[in-house]
Design a protein around this ligand. Sequence first.
Ligand code: SIN
Length: 305
Amino acid sequence: MLKINICGIDFKNPVFLAAGIMGETGGALKRIANSGAGALCTKSVGIEKRIGHRNPTMIEVEGGFLNAMGLPNPGVKEYIKEIYEIKDYLKRNGVKLIGSIYGKNPQEFSKVAEIMEPYVDLIELNISCPHAGEGYGAQIGQDPNLSNRVVSSVRESVDIPIIAKLTPNVADIKEIAKAVVEGGADAITAINTLGPGMVIDIKTKKPILSNKFGGMSGKAIKPIAIRNIYDIYSVVDVPIIGVGGITTGEDAIEFMLAGASAIQVGTGIYYRGYDIFYKICGEIEEYLIENNLKLKDIIGRAHEF
Ligand code: SIN
């Protein structure tokens, strides 16, 4: 009942793991695969090892979390050892793997994508991290021309589907969505974290995160994510993967009504445990049965009004 085809790939369900959560090791990814996810998105990896920001890198706030991890990762050549280990296991269990990658220019994105391609089913381009530093992440995704060049460079370098992950921290997400689709993106993931925001400890009088600022995730950003999905769906004709504050099947359905074909869960794991993937799938199924609907009937349905 929840099977879905996106970019020519069959997924057993539309509830995926978001980049950056439980994606650092093969073992952690396997645990999420065993928790009912239809696909797993890896931690974002780059060409070289990166230590990331000093701790504290994450803080709970009302309605979610602020994080500024700083894209810590061992570099793509080391990281693929993690996914090599679980590749057959994922295949046997029908769980797809999305390789999240970042770079500082189109050439670097392409190099990482080429190395990652044999180990994953799709590539997600992180052009949206709001605190990754000069030249990275949202600094690319806020510029339609640069976003277009990154996508078209990767498009020329790999044959598997490419997803562009967009930042909500722009004046008009429609313009960026059109630019990445023109560049050759087969799908769009939206949204990455909001902000960045800041929390100050009133005792020490210092910002809590070592990076001072961090991207906001969690329930509080859901209405912003829904609006962005709605806007993107209205201007492009590629599948959208919705992310941002999803913790229940009801949340997932709201994203689908706005135009998402699938959704990703990140912070939600903290609130409902690893088996949130099974729980959300069950809740979506219940809604479809009660309302006598199929999954395809609800995607983009809110645009009819
Ligand atoms: C991080 O590693 O800092 C988070 C990545 C992201 O927000 O895209």
